[in-house]
Design a protein around this ligand. Sequence first.
Ligand code: PLP
Length: 383
Amino acid sequence: MNDVASFDHLAPVYAQFPLEVSDAAGVYLHTPDGRKVLDLYGGHAVAALGYGHPRWLEALAAQARALCFQSNAVPLDVRRRAATKLARFCGLGLDTVFFVNSGAEANENALKLACKMTGGTHVVAVEGGFHGRTAAAGAVTWGADKKWYGFARKPFDVTFIKVTDIARLGTIVDDRTAAVIVEPVQGVAGAVDLPKEFLQALRDRCSENGSILIFDEVQCGVGRTGHPFAANMYGITPDIITTAKALGAGFPVSAMLVADHVAARLETNALGTTFGGGPIACALVEAVLDVIESERLLENVRRRSAEIRERCAVGPVVGIQGAGLLLGLRTSHPAKEVQAELLERDILTGTSADPQVLRILAPFVLQSEHVEQLRDALLRISR
Ligand SMILES: Cc1ncc(COP(=O)(O)O)c(C=O)c1O
């Protein structure tokens, strides 16, 4: 039974940070008791522009005043503009965009589309991958079965592979295989940038076999790696990219970008959503991509990432992995302890599935002084 005085009616499904946030500005969170906390976690990689970016606020207010909502049945210029902007930002020829609301929903649609167009009943996923908590996305999430997958049956057969399984791909990806889904830089696993040869082998095998290669860039996409998408960074083009998080930089929106040969199979009623592609979400996608381009934030992400790698392998940090501002700091003692010690020094970071890896998912507007703040705090923590 919950104690009545402390019962707040919220489902008790989240461990809570020992931190109440009242508001935020730039890259700092403010607490009711007057603390100013450097946010290197960005609400699970969402707050890409930090807090209170004027262009984001203006886009939100202007679109809310002009038209708060109309469904996908109504043609909207702002929706067409957002789709064009996103396809051009990606630049890989995945030129058809379907907007939905969350990362899991984007993956659910991508997997459904792959199964429908290939007739396949089998999906290959990668150990360590996280794809969301819905029926299909959860089915391809590593470890979900043991932890929280609640459905009696999965919508398709699933094989999890390791990055060392390249030589076995010829038999694992077979004529039943609708799709291979992979996070090119794994987020929840601890910012693990997968080897290029592995991703290229997936690309080659999918092309050979007619299976759909899905890059789940929900966490690592939209500039997070210092490139438009991790696909651009690796120079490998999948058939579908799913993305979310930084895409709305605080407004819920996700998208699926598909190649022409996949788009050719889309027809009226093949996919659907009520809220996806709403005008406010689309206005924010347009604004976020505008800001990333006009403020040269891809370059900023690459610079800050290099600084963190150069300056922050100190104190309890024994190694740094990942890409851009999706970094994993490997720690000499449990990452949870280092996270708590950093929070005591007013820096918020994340943990990961790897108990020795602390995750940095900082806003793209991070500056050198913030990297120094992290370094100073780490230096004060014993190894
Ligand atoms: C790579 C990846 N895919 C999918 C998801 C699921 O996204 P959502 O929580 O928006 O459904 C996440 C969430 O952390 C993610 O990191």
